[in-house]
Ligand binder design. Structure first.
Ligand SMILES: N[C@@H](CCC(=O)N[C@@H](CS)C(=O)NCC(=O)O)C(=O)O
Length: 299
């Protein structure tokens, strides 16, 4: 027969453990704090090294006696999409930021009521080679390499330019936020194309409420950081910038309660390459011609 200890036995053990824990916390409080600081310092150092490598790649290569070689491109990349902001605008912003020359190829949808898309549908199955299984817009052509799916394109460019996060934690934040941004984008276009149950005019009130619930979450995630990855700029900043800007056009003043999001939008718009791009390019509509926002001149 097994002997079951008296309940007091457990209480006493718990108390003993608690006492030990408290003593440990008191004795080692400085060490715990130091370890925390060290971890933060290490993260900062990794971050700064990665940033330095990116910004000074040329000098570092020279100092090592190597020649800095940008990936050999015999011709610029081509980014193809409709002549709207849509899914391509964050990619255009990213290409502008990294200073990568590219052809901005645009397909033009016909006017209403037909809103003809044959300029794309006629070439869709051949333009990327008959073997390519996923022809879509946007697409990116980099020499013989074809990339479709907007987030895959964002990651393809960001990978080459070290804009996917410099630490494990930053990479996590970029990955989470890129997918959150895609959900954000899907809600935004469903509204913009008037696809919500009762149509745009009747749904905008509910949409605004949901938008605020989500802006609160993005604001919390960004917190006091300058960028969505944390200390360093990354590809997801261009995706979020575009979506926050599009939503500000649909729901005027929607960012005013979120000072960190407003400051973030201003920070991205103020990056010299982005400021130049916004200034030099004509303002494109956010969505295609058949959308509610285009038909009603909203954005
Ligand atoms: N998941 C895809 C969606 C692509 C997509 O729906 N593209 C629309 C424009 S926003 C289009 O017209 N595609 C051309 C097609 O379906 O043939 C992505 O993120 O790139």
């Amino acid at each position: 027969m097994t002997h079951c200890p008296h309940p007091r036995y457990f209480t006493e053990r718990e108390e003993a453990i608690e006492k030990k824990e408290t003593k440990f916390k008191v004795d080692y409080v400085d060490e715990i704090e130091n370890a925390k600081d060290l971890r933060i310092d290490l993260r900062r150092a990794q971050d700064m090294i990665a940033m330095m490598k990116r910004e000074h790649a040329e000098e570092i290569a020279e100092a090592r006696g190597n020649k800095f070689v940008r990936p050999a491109r015999t011709k610029p990349m081509t980014l193809a999409y409709w002549d709207i902001r849509g899914l391509a605008q964050p990619i255009r912003l990213l290409l502008e930021y990294v200073g990568e020359p590219y052809e901005d190829k645009r397909y033009v949808q016909g006017p209403g009521p037909g809103f003809d898309k044959s300029c794309w549908t006629q070439v869709k199955d051949s333009i990327l080679g008959p073997e390519y299984p996923f022809p879509n817009l946007p697409y990116l052509q980099d020499g013989d390499t074809v990339v479709t799916q907007s987030n895959a394109i964002v990651r393809y460019i960001a990978r080459e330019h070290h804009l996917l996060g410099n630490t494990k934690e930053q990479c996590r934040r970029v990955d989470v936020m890129l997918e959150e941004a895609m959900d954000f984008r899907n809600r935004t276009v469903t509204m913009a194309y008037g696809r919500l149950g009762l149509g745009y005019a009747k749904e905008i009130h509910n949409y605004t409420q949901t938008l605020h619930q989500n802006l609160t979450k993005y604001s919390k995630f960004l917190g006091a950081w300058d960028w969505f990855a944390g200390e360093s700029i990354s590809c997801v900043d261009f995706v979020m910038f575009e979506l926050l800007d599009q939503n500000s056009l649909m729901v005027k003043g929607c960012l005013s309660e979120y000072t960190n999001l407003e400051a973030f939008v201003a920070r991205v718009a103020g990056l010299s390459a982005i400021a130049k791009f916004i200034q030099k390019t004509e303002a494109l509509p956010c969505n295609n011609k058949h959308s509610y926002t285009s038909i009603n001149g909203i954005c």
